[in-house]
Design a protein around this ligand. Sequence first.
Ligand SMILES: Cc1cc2nc3c(=O)[nH]c(=O)nc-3n(C[C@H](O)[C@H](O)[C@H](O)COP(=O)(O)OP(=O)(O)OC[C@H]3O[C@@H](n4cnc5c(N)ncnc54)[C@H](O)[C@@H]3O)c2cc1C
Length: 396
Amino acid sequence: MHVEFAIIGGGIVGLGTALALLEQGARSLIVLEAEDKVAAHQTGHNSGVIHAGVYYRPGSLKAKLCAEGRAALYAFCEAEGIAHDRCGKLIVATSAAEQPRLDALAERAWANGLTPRRLAASELHDYEPHVAGVAGLWIAETGIVDYYAVAAAYVRRVQALGGELRTGWRLAAVRRQPEHLTLISATEETITCDHLITCAGLQADRVAQLCGVDPGVRIVPFRGEYYELALAARALVRGLVYPVPNPNFPFLGVHYTRKIDGSIEAGPNAVLAFRREGYRKTSFSVRDTFDAFSYVGFWRLASRYWPTGIGEFYRSFSKYAFWRALRTLTPELDVEHLHPAGAGVRAQALAPNGQLIDDFHIVQAYRMTHVLNAPSPAATASLSIGKHIARLAREE
Ligand SMILES: Cc1cc2nc3c(=O)[nH]c(=O)nc-3n(C[C@H](O)[C@H](O)[C@H](O)COP(=O)(O)OP(=O)(O)OC[C@H]3O[C@@H](n4cnc5c(N)ncnc54)[C@H](O)[C@@H]3O)c2cc1C
């Protein structure tokens, strides 16, 4: 079989890219997914938030693609009849020390084209009656959706436009030939293509390597664990309630998220994972652990963040510590209201100097485009990232 474009990874970024290429007139295209269904990893294990784009550096790829992608995603959900809710979110400062950071977030939100509303302590209850804090920021543009449903709709559109999807097809090797690339699966099936695009999430660095490309970064997995609020406690939260994030850490801090089915999740934390696709506290892989611990960038990161890292581990094993973090936002929360729910694993690219790569990161090589860092808000931005990657691939 020969195709113009082959895409590795049936997550939301690979599927968004497939859609964009077909809409731009790709002659033939196939999405190749290792698991037996699409959205099996990050896409199917995330918080389901349509991010507004408050936090990102103005002018960054993240800021630009989040704004474009959010608008495109709302329109897509309307057109496809996918349940979603533009419910808004409240960011809460719980101490006076957090107020300057809240002000800085408000400025950033304006710079990113949003219309944030700064709230005094007395106004918080108009939005979230059970939340306590000294000030807040209301972001009306944020929403919620089920990204598994979005990914399934992308598949339907891709197939309607003539694209193909093959699941259970894991890329194991690539042969570069003058006139095309030959892709070889773990079961030794071959497909040839003019251009290869890899959107392999937690395996992004390894997939680039097996294509003969030096990724320049390593993927370090961070597990994010969730609790669900008991039915009796659901009234404590109307929508999305976030703390003011630690500016030195790329994750947002444990927060409340109303899901599209009405349940309320609390989390996720961010714990170093010992297995890239491991969703339990006990998940362990010798190869994944060795890859993280043998990387110089990891030790440089660890030397800066070890107190935060240990705190996250403690919170992972102690429900009380998780509860204490949430209780600062909602003092009426009882520890018995928290029931363990699922987990997701974030693929975070780490540079050799110990810097966590903040922005989306895409590397090109002859006949190839590799997505090496597509962290949150890549699900929100999937349609615009897809267009961006499709443009890069066509140029290449
Ligand atoms: C806990 C958590 C919460 C998040 N919350 C949000 C949120 O609320 N809003 C938001 O916008 N974003 C959120 N994100 C981020 C978002 O989910 C991801 O950025 C997005 O899903 C990335 O999509 P992807 O397609 O790059 O990766 P993935 O969904 O991980 O897909 C990659 C795919 O590649 C496949 N693959 C890997 N290797 C191979 C191979 N060799 N051959 C074939 N296939 C292969 C994998 O099986 C996988 O299906 C969250 C992420 C996590 C983990």
